[in-house]
Write a protein that binds this ligand. Sequence first.
Ligand code: MN
Length: 231
Amino acid sequence: MNYVFAPPPLVSAPVDGGAERFPVHRIYCVGSNYRDHAREMGRTGREPPVFFMKPADALLPVPAGETGVMAYPSLTHNLHHEVELVVAIGTGGRDIGAADALGHVFGYAVGLDMTRRDLQAQMKKLSAPWCIGKGFEQSAPLGPITPRAQAGAIEAGEIALRLNGVERQRSAVSQMIWSVPEIIAHLSAAWTLAPGDLIFTGTPAGVGPVERGELLEASCSGLEPLRVRVS
Ligand code: MN
């Protein structure tokens, strides 16, 4: 096949404990999936799940033991951190039932749904799409993906974020409004899921601003932690 220019490189993420990489197809995100965060964003926490996407090349994969570097993005004066459990889909499908959903999961990682909060807020006021607030370059830092069998009972653990060593977000994963199987069921009713899809499952309360030079440390029980410095 001849192309008019070189095709872009395939986006991929490291898999914990191995040399193989996880090729990324799409990045789906769930908005407001913890009641305490939904309330801090002015919602009741009882709304149906809200989905949005980031482009696959917004991924900033960070290998185990390394500190990723994220450039402070353009146009914003209020870059926010959102720590999230990320589900990596290994087997695609549509109209997947919640009871079958975990069989479609390759593994889990901890990720950051970095957000230009001021731009997102402007778009919300206009009832316009959030793309400019959510879907910018390097807006999806991701730690190594741990295969499902090694990750254990992921929804029984905790998720947390430290900013410059100070804890800012912490929650039991079980506090998610929509569980991982329920998210997969809802998503696959709207889109055909494919191997390589990533799902950012929402953030607990405590989101806040990050400045240049600051260090984010995201963690989730059973998974490799993720470290990112904003430059
Ligand atoms: Mn989020």
